[in-house]
Design a protein around this ligand. Structure first.
Ligand SMILES: *Cc1c(COP(=O)(O)O)cnc(C)c1O
Length: 357
């Protein structure tokens, strides 16, 4: 499918690279593609970034038929632009679509759409250390109809947001609290799909955690309130007795691209990584007798987020003396070196976007 380009004739000034933050600023253009039952995906175009005009009856506003993805474009020292495993995001996009009854998108076309919008707004990719261009593809159901039914019309949109260095102040461990009242997702539900509804359901737990002085929530499974699912909106890893453990993908956990990459990097280094159920009791027992060496979250935004303290009920577990452990440090360096093109990409994980053909 051809992608039509309409240039923004009044481009914005580029922001101060020290004040980017996350998700506040947007580039000059956006990608849009429409879907209708009769035409399929059609009318792919890049347009100036603008507000949308939609009927207030649109399905997305009422029944949350929508999905999103998140990945980044990184500028290397020698000026190349790299995407990190975009094929994995696109595969997940279609798995989410299937769960949400949204029509699938041809993977080759989805990659072309991402590359095209990044190429058009290449000048917006910041180059200061740790900065990147966050890419947010999403799909919304646009039927102006209040009946509960999969929509017949959709919009696939990609917006771009220059984002700051997540660890401008250094890779600091965070304090986490176990949430034992609310759950984020449940097997059979939409936990494995990247959808806004999961986030809406998690806000109350996040709010509670922040009010009590914690950065994030450790989510337990929705059936037993016992097995660990995720930490905030990140996947989670533990190192206990030399074994690296991450919860198995059983439907309630989002299959992170960073999670998969961490498993592959560690396995390649000869570590034993086990994907299995891990209960909060097991973590507490390990922490109590000094066998919990490390705990960290993984995700595109932070890459690796070490956990220094875990609170559960009245109990507090200090992890690795509130310092970053060797596994977390190794992974952070290894992943960011690949993403910013500082080492040879022996795994073939990066995809270059040619901005100056
Ligand atoms: C996106 C997301 C992750 C992390 O996935 P990455 O592909 O590694 O960025 C983890 N958990 C949730 C709930 C997410 O939405």
């Amino acid at each position: 499918m051809e992608i039509k380009l309409t240039k923004n004739t009044s481009p914005s000034l580029k922001p101060d690279p020290d004040k980017l933050g996350f998700g506040k600023l947007f580039t000059d253009h956006m990608f849009i593609c429409d879907y209708s039952t009769s035409k399929g995906w059609h009318n792919a175009r890049v347009e100036p970034f603008r507000n949308l005009s939609l009927s207030p009856a649109c399905a997305v506003f009422h029944y949350a038929q929508a999905m999103f993805e998140g990945l980044k474009a990184y500028k290397t020292k020698d000026g190349r632009v790299l995407l990190f495993r975009p094929d994995k995001n696109i595969e997940r996009l279609n798995n989410t679509n299937e769960r949400m009854c949204i029509p699938k998108i041809d993977p080759g076309f989805a990659l072309e759409a991402i590359k095209t919008i990044v190429r058009v707004d290449c000048g917006w990719i910041p180059s200061a250390p740790g900065t990147s261009l966050y890419i947010r593809p999403f799909i919304i159901a646009t039927d102006p109809f209040l009946g509960v039914h999969p929509s017949h019309n959709y919009m696939f949109i990609i917006i771009l947001s220059p984002s700051g260095n997540y660890y401008a102040a250094g890779l600091d461990p965070v304090k986490i609290v176990v949430e034992d009242e609310y759950v984020r997702a449940v097997r059979g539900g939409t936990g494995y799909a990247k959808v806004g509804g999961n986030y809406a359901a998690s806000l109350i737990g996040q709010k509670k955690a922040e009010e009590n002085g914690y950065a994030q929530v450790l989510w337990l499974d929705g059936i037993h309130h016992k097995y660990i699912d995720e930490v905030g909106a990140m996947n989670v890893f533990f190192k206990i007795d030399g074994e690296i453990i991450t919860p198995a993908l059983e439907g309630s956990i989002l299959p992170g691209v960073t999670r998969r990459s961490v498993i592959e990097l560690l396995t390649g280094k000869g570590y034993k990584v086990t994907e299995r159920r891990i209960s909060i009791d097991e973590v507490y027992a390990a922490a109590s007798d000094g066998r919990l060496d490390e705990m960290f979250g993984t995700g595109t935004a932070a890459v690796i987020s070490p956990v220094g303290e875990l609170a559960w009920g009245g109990k507090k577990m200090k992890i690795n003396d509130f310092k970053i452990g060797p596994i977390a440090s190794f992974l952070y360096k290894e992943l960011t070196d690949i993403q910013w093109g500082r080492v040879d990409d022996v795994n073939g994980w990066t995809v270059e976007v040619c901005c100056n053909p």
